[in-house]
Design a binder for this molecule. Structure first.
Ligand SMILES: [Mg+2]
Length: 255
């Protein structure tokens, strides 16, 4: 297999599943670290701050500097700041998204009566009233921005509802089309390229989810590796019109 300068990994379903690490991926990243090859963790997970993700990775034996972690929360906060600077926002989400928006200068603790933007990331305490408020705000003209459109994500229990399920619910009620910032949008890979100056053919995107990770790499224009350790099975990938550069069972196959 071709050697790359920058290996970009998805997290859920690629490096770990819920609270269980995926050993082959952890071994692969250890090897990159030993050989001083660049790697990045590019996650649609918006619930955790980079420091919290760092702690999660440490539990699987991975010592990763904070600046190697790119989350959809950080990318979404940048997007909202670029497009709706000084707007009144209403946020549904977790620590990761709140922190990222505060870092970009947004007030997230006030109840805004007529928000101009509703920003949605995964919220594991979501309930009917939160969804109802978001539906009303968007019907009244607020823009709807989701950190990511994942309908589901794998856990040790099975698939659980992802942020995309809730954003779609609000979009359906308000009859609008939301904006999504996370994968498959190429925004996060673009940010890495801009910061480190790689050529696209020196980068590879590795992930378990065809519709997010692999399409993100394809949209961006770099090589892709699909691993059969999460959401999309190899059989499902083989039926897609656009194929990843490589399809593997797990990362032991290419180490
Ligand atoms: Mg994944």
């Amino acid at each position: 297999m071709k050697q790359y300068r920058a290996y970009c990994f998805d997290l859920d379903g690629t490096v770990y599943r819920g609270t269980e690490g995926i050993d082959s991926a952890i071994r692969f990243i250890h090897k990159l670290q030993q050989n001083k090859i660049d790697y990045f963790l590019v996650t649609n997970n918006s619930s955790k701050t980079p420091v919290q993700l760092q702690t999660t990775l440490a539990n699987f034996g991975l010592d990763v500097p904070e600046e190697r972690i790119y989350s959809s929360a950080l990318a979404t906060a940048k997007y909202v700041n670029q497009h709706y600077r000084e707007a009144k926002i209403h946020v549904i989400g977790s620590d990761g998204l709140f922190h990222a928006l505060q870092k970009e200068g947004f007030e997230t603790d006030k109840e805004e009566l007529n928000p101009e933007v509703v920003v949605m990331g995964i919220d594991r305490t979501i309930d009917y009233m939160k969804l109802a408020k978001a539906c009303v705000a968007v019907q009244n003209g607020a823009q709807l921005v989701g950190t990511n459109e994942d309908i589901k994500f794998p856990s040790e229990l099975g698939f659980l509802p992802g942020n995309g399920s809730f954003v779609r619910l609000v979009a359906n009620v308000a009859a609008v089309e939301p904006v999504f910032v996370g994968k498959p949008s190429p925004v996060m890979l673009q940010v890495i390229q801009d910061e480190y100056g790689y050529h696209k053919d020196e980068m590879v995107m590795i992930g378990d989810n065809y519709d997010t990770d692999i399409l993100c790499g394809i949209h961006f224009g770099c090589d892709t590796i699909h691993v059969n350790t999460g959401v999309t099975s190899t059989e499902q990938v083989l039926q897609k019109p656009l194929q990843p550069t490589y399809c593997v069972e797990d990362l032991d196959e290419i180490s």
